[in-house]
Design a protein around this ligand. Structure first.
Ligand code: PGA
Length: 253
């Protein structure tokens, strides 16, 4: 089963509208007219409209937001609804990033509400999972991943899952310069695919794309991507520079 790789840039709280446009113009020149991988940019909320505008002539790059609220509207000060994101033209929404979990207290139940709301609106979720260093040291990688998948994806069906991307991001590898070894990544990805098979069937397991995230750089992309169950990358720090992100996209192809 061949799965088209998907490389996503998670800009976190970097790049306002002007810098987002500057990146896109430079990236556009570097990447050319075609790519063997799907490319997704996730700017901050306020930079999404400018990014969409800058991408008006691009068939190559899709847009994601880094978060959403699960309700369609209401008294949720500071939150953004999926409908608002659709109005801008967002294709994907990242949910369950470890920074949202650890800094903003999001749990699997909340992530599940977002996943269900995204599917109801036909917007594709990128669902992040991953263990902390403590959990890895205590031999809990598989139990943590199983819990995050089972609780975070509850109520979704096979059709929903074919529109979903999973991002395995070991928390200890995010922003630390310490990448999981290709073997560690492959073990976690193989296990993730196995659990998805149990929950949603073998066809979904064979087709769903699982990204690796955590200190991905141009120099380690090809080796990570050569693992049989690694279908892409979710890139933080190294996605802020157009040259480095374009090299990651090329090396992943
Ligand atoms: P990093 O971040 O590439 O800077 O480690 C990845 C992420 O948090 O998605």
């Amino acid at each position: 089963m061949s799965r088209k790789p998907i490389i996503a840039a998670n800009w976190k709280m970097h790049k306002g509208p002007a810098e987002a446009v500057e990146f896109i113009e430079e990236f556009d020149n570097l990447i050319g007219d075609s790519s063997p991988v799907d490319i997704v940019l996730a700017p901050a909320f306020v930079s999404l409209p400018a990014a969409k505008q800058a991408l008006v002539n691009s068939d190559l790059v899709q847009l994601a937001s880094q978060n959403c609220h699960f309700e369609s509207h209401g008294a949720f000060t500071g939150e953004i609804s999926i409908g608002m994101l659709q109005e801008i033209g967002v294709d994907y929404v990242i949910i369950g990033h470890s920074e949202r979990r650890s800094i903003f207290g999001e749990d699997d139940g909340l992530i599940n509400q977002k996943a269900q709301a995204l599917h109801a609106a036909s917007v594709k979720p990128i669902v992040c999972i991953g263990e902390t260093l403590d959990e890895r040291d205590n031999d809990q990688v598989e139990s943590v991943l199983r819990r995050q998948l089972t609780d975070g994806l509850k109520g979704l069906d096979a059709a929903n899952m074919l529109e979903t991307v999973i991002a395995y991001e070991p928390v200890w590898a995010i922003g630390t310069g310490r990448t999981a070894s290709p073997e560690q990544a492959q073990d976690a990805h193989r296990f993730t695919r196995e659990v998805i098979g149990e929950l949603f069937g073998e066809d979904v397991a064979a087709r769903i794309r699982i990204q690796y995230g955590g200190s991905v750089k141009p120099g380690n992309t090809a080796e990570l991507m050569s693992q049989p169950d690694v279908d892409g990358a979710l890139v933080g720090g190294a996605s802020l520079d157009p040259v480095s992100f374009s090299e990651i996209c090329k090396n992943a192809g």
